[in-house]
Write a protein that binds this ligand. Structure first.
Ligand SMILES: NC(=O)c1ccc[n+]([C@@H]2O[C@H](COP(=O)([O-])OP(=O)(O)OC[C@H]3O[C@@H](n4cnc5c(N)ncnc54)[C@H](O)[C@@H]3O)[C@@H](O)[C@H]2O)c1
Length: 250
């Protein structure tokens, strides 16, 4: 899969999925930029990359701040001169059903999950238009495809918005040679779900829903992302790709 020398920006780059996406892309020759609010974990991630002979640059950012986006994009462009791929990957989950969730918490879910995707996309579109091409990959979830009964409704609503935002961007900006696709992983063991999976009942529920009989790994997700970033996917635009072992089949 050819991503050689592509400048690839990954939000939530210090997290469970983002860091593995970064390693996979760096191994294939991409210039990886990891964006995250967690400076300490970000620096540790970059050190981990180096210990494996890989490289990445870390940029600290609050993804819900338009000012931060502008200043980080400027730094990336000063260093690399272009942005070939943006992976809007960061996300949070406040694990409460509608009846227990405050309006403030609902708004936080929307601001961080969908707001960061909006701001990232808004920031890179002019850059990609100018360079006559690019790709955007949005991390949604199986919950962006179905009303998943074990998941907070606010998470489902935020991820569902990302699914259609993706298609809208794909249809408007395809004529600028900008592709936009979303990925929809089922449960992957990362810090986001670690605590939830410590409850044996919930772990069994999550495992029981997967026809392939195992949870997803971060590598499963990273391989799909590698494809969507690559030259080989140059005609793939506006898809919602499940990486879920069949969870959304029934
Ligand atoms: N882990 C799963 O089971 C699973 C399944 C489907 C989809 N997803 C989605 O995958 C994406 C990555 O999740 P993960 O499992 O790697 O989670 P994670 O918690 O390991 O990583 C998320 C990262 O986002 C960063 N972040 C959060 N808010 C931020 C902000 N305002 N500014 C900058 N950075 C911020 C965090 O610091 C963290 O490093 C999320 O969008 C999540 O919803 C995860």
């Amino acid at each position: 899969m050819n991503v050689q020398d592509k400048v690839i920006v990954i939000t939530g780059g210090a997290g469970g999925l983002g860091s593995v996406m970064g390693k996979t892309l760096s191994k294939e020759g991409a210039k990886v930029c990891l964006l995250d609010i967690d400076e300490e974990r970000g620096q540790k991630t970059v050190e981990e990359f180096a210990s494996e002979g890989l490289s990445a640059t870390f940029y600290q950012i609050d993804l819900t701040s338009e000012e931060d986006w502008q200043s980080v994009a400027k730094k990336i462009l000063e260093k690399h001169g272009r942005i070939d791929v943006l992976i809007n990957n960061a996300g949070i989950n406040i694990r409460k059903p509608v009846e227990e969730m405050s309006f403030e918490e609902w708004n936080t879910m929307m601001r961080v999950n969908t707001g960061s995707t909006f701001l990232g996309t808004k920031t890179v579109l002019p850059v990609m238009k100018e360079q006559k091409g690019g790709a955007i990959i949005n991390t949604s979830s199986v919950c962006g495809l179905i009303g998943h009964k074990y998941t907070p409704e606010a998470y489902t609503a935020a991820k569902g918005a990302i699914t259609l935002f993706t298609k809208a961007i794909a249809s408007r900006y395809g004529s600028f040679n900008i592709r936009c696709n979303s990925i929809h992983p089922s449960t992957v063991m990362t810090p986001l779900v670690e605590k939830m999976l410590q409850d044996p009942q919930r772990a069994a529920e999550r495992l029981g829903e997967v026809p392939l009989g195992r949870l997803a790994t971060a590598e499963d997700v990273a391989q799909a992302v590698l494809y969507l970033c690559s030259e080989e996917a140059s005609f793939i635009n506006g898809i919602s790709m499940p990486i879920d072992g069949g969870v959304t089949c029934y």
